[in-house]
Write a protein that binds this ligand. Sequence first.
Ligand SMILES: Nc1ncnc2c1ncn2[C@@H]1O[C@H](COP(=O)(O)OP(=O)(O)OP(=O)(O)O)[C@@H](O)[C@H]1O
Ligand SMILES: [Mg+2]
Length: 255
Amino acid sequence: MTPKAKVIAFTNQKGGVAKTTTTLNLAAAFAERGHRVLCVDLDPQANLTMSQGIDPDSLEVSMYDVLVHRLSIREVIRKREVDVACASIDLAGAEIAMSAMIGRERALKKAIEPVRDDYDFIFIDTPPSLGLLTINALTAAQKVIVPVQCEYLSMRGLIQLQNTLAMVRDELNPDVEIEGILPTLVDRRTVHAKEAIEILEENFGDRVFASRINKTIRFAEAPVKGMSVLKYDPNGKAAYAYRRLAEEVLANGKR
Ligand SMILES: Nc1ncnc2c1ncn2[C@@H]1O[C@H](COP(=O)(O)OP(=O)(O)OP(=O)(O)O)[C@@H](O)[C@H]1O
Ligand SMILES: [Mg+2]
């Protein structure tokens, strides 16, 4: 029997640290290696949905209906480079709509259960907050990958995230843990970036991935074409960086 999908959330309450970019491109790198991957877009901004060329305004149903109306997640999955469970702006109202629901923190965990046999990995892209949508992601996940922008490193932000994870562990999901912290948007020309990574390693040790994602314009270009960087520029350094991260995550899983 094939094991159920491993569920990984991509979380950092700080905005613009490459959560969405990492979710999609790591998923594409896993798919290249033959893994079946579902990306769940849990962000009302719907950036992941858009970066696979799907117009969120054209959707009749989205993750909002899955979470709030218990619609089957299969109804909102579109097949692109990877499978995407789509978001729309409606999701902005999900936290309020869910606030009076019994079991509101476990809505996503329940929703993905029926498709966990269909995939090897389920990746969840989260919004830049620690609200109920992110709590749902952390409750559904076994592992969390934390992209961190090294230019404006915010240790306090990471400590806040760890506190939230500790609460989720106590109350909702005892086994969830950080798979790794990923330095993103690294500008290799600056001393500051190097120092920021050193501070990160001093504080978080081997939880910091060996992989680094350098800054390149390719990451801004690819989503405009509705593609991952692996498809947009298959032989470029950016694609290679996420392939290397895929190897690292897969090797960790075997530890
Ligand atoms: N390595 C990189 N080099 C250059 N630009 C990048 C890189 N990674 C991501 N970007 C760009 O930075 C911006 C933010 O990335 P992304 O949307 O993935 O962050 P996010 O954490 O998901 O943001 P939000 O918190 O708003 O959801 C995007 O325009 C993206 O194209
Ligand atoms: Mg995002």
